[in-house]
Design a protein around this ligand. Structure first.
Ligand SMILES: Cc1cc2nc3c(=O)[nH]c(=O)nc-3n(C[C@H](O)[C@H](O)[C@H](O)COP(=O)(O)O)c2cc1C
Length: 382
């Protein structure tokens, strides 16, 4: 059975995902921290930027391809690291890696994933990028890096904007826990989505895959999650970053940069790429939109290292806005998860294709034939 033809944009995929997966999981994907003001600011700032219509030029052949850390990609996109993807759809991370690989796009595996890095090697067996948090327990961090290396990770993405966990009210109210705890509320929630519950019976895992092998056998998943929550290193000194840089033999990307000063620091630390990101509004509440932070950062380090960006992208025109403001490529977070939640791997594939097609149309109507034609003067801010 093909996809519902009414799923014509990310908004429709989001709505379908809302109806198809339990509320606690949808809210985990959809929500932001505290008042969700950074979450909404990401969107408001993107909407404020108008694209300039340009006509009477030859836009018959458009080329969306570029290179991301030396890899040729058909579009300036990659999949953002997102925790718990394997609860949105069974074996979600393995399925997502397969889709990204088919589309020729890099996939970044989250430390807080459900499938482990080893599961990726077993289920997909293709190269990918691994996202890590620096943990207080360096043996634990090294354990994660070793698993990443042996399972085919080529590039390490170090996320630096989660030195403490910000609260997401929706998760607290829903009592979200991993694995999902059976309470009256969660059972009711699951019962309203029997299709999801049935599908999840096929899941290889329902707990944190990357953590499972480190703690002594028999450690309950709840206590594992509690322990990990205390592990995020708040002391991100030069020594800490230097330690992880030396522990990883391969390219490094630093994710969670919002100022030119921090971008410069990341370059000095030896990063080959940075991700301008506010974690999709899930960490610092009351923060600036990523799209507004980007120009000064691109001016500071663009050309020296690759500059990637994310947060708030729901259309291909949004990707256009990020590229016009200096990004080399974008990470796709919730838009991909809405696709997965709406229709599994086929929905994810559809979400990525929609974004790509929308970017292509935005380029044609602004008179661009290649990504290098996308410049800041094609944006109007009112
Ligand atoms: C459900 C969810 C889980 C996430 N988990 C992680 C994670 O484990 N590591 C990380 O670096 N970023 C994580 N992020 C942030 C994303 O990588 C990305 O920065 C963000 O989703 C971009 O915003 P957008 O979803 O509005 O596009 C997560 C985001 C979401 C929505």
């Amino acid at each position: 059975m093909g996809l519902d033809p009414r799923l014509t944009d990310i908004v429709a995929l989001r709505e379908r995902a809302r109806r198809r997966i339990p509320r606690a999981i949808f809210d985990y994907v959809d929500g932001g921290s505290y008042t969700e003001s950074t979450l909404s600011e990401n969107r408001v700032a993107l909407d404020r930027l108008r694209l300039k219509q340009r006509v009477m030029r030859d836009v018959s052949n458009r080329d969306l391809s570029t290179t991301i850390l030396g890899q040729n990609v058909p579009a300036p996109m990659m999949m953002a690291p997102t925790g718990l993807t394997g609860l949105v759809h069974p074996n979600g991370e393995v399925e997502a890696l397969k889709v990204a690989h088919r589309q020729g796009l890099p996939f970044i595996h989250s430390t807080s994933a459900i499938c482990s890095a080893d599961d990726l090697a077993e289920g997909a067996g293709v190269p990918y990028w691994f996202q890590v948090y620096i943990m207080k327990d360096r043996d634990f961090t090294r354990y994660l890096l070793d698993m990443a290396k042996r399972s085919g990770a080529t590039t390490l993405v170090i996320t630096v904007d989660l030195v403490v966990n910000a609260l997401r009210h929706r998760d607290a109210v829903n009592g979200l826990s991993v694995p999902l705890r059976l309470t009256g509320r969660s059972v009711l929630d699951g019962m309203t989505k029997p299709g999801w519950a049935l599908r999840m019976l096929r899941a290889k895992r329902v707990g944190f895959g990357n953590y499972a092998g480190y703690l002594p056998k028999g450690t309950g998943t709840q206590s594992m999650a509690k322990w990990v929550a205390t592990q995020f290193e708040p002391l991100l000194t030069p020594e800490a970053i230097g330690w992880i840089r030396d522990a990883w033999d391969g390219p490094i990307v630093i994710k969670g940069i919002m100022t030119p000063e921090d971008a410069r620091l990341a370059v000095d630390y030896g990063a080959q790429g940075i991700v301008v990101s506010n974690h999709g509004g899930r960490q610092l509440d009351g923060g600036q939109a990523t799209i507004d932070a980007l120009p000064a950062i691109a001016a500071e380090v663009g050309g020296q290292v690759q500059v990637y960006a994310d947060s708030g992208i729901r259309t291909g025109a949004d990707i256009f806005r990020f590229l016009a403001r200096g990004a080399d490529a974008c990470l796709i977070g919730r838009a991909a998860l809405y696709g997965m939640g709406a229709a599994g791997p086929a929905g994810l594939e559809h979400a990525l294709t929609l974004l790509r097609n929308e970017l292509d149309v935005a380029m044609a109507l602004t008179g661009c034939r290649s990504l290098s034609d996308i410049s800041p003067d094609l944006l109007i801010q009112d």
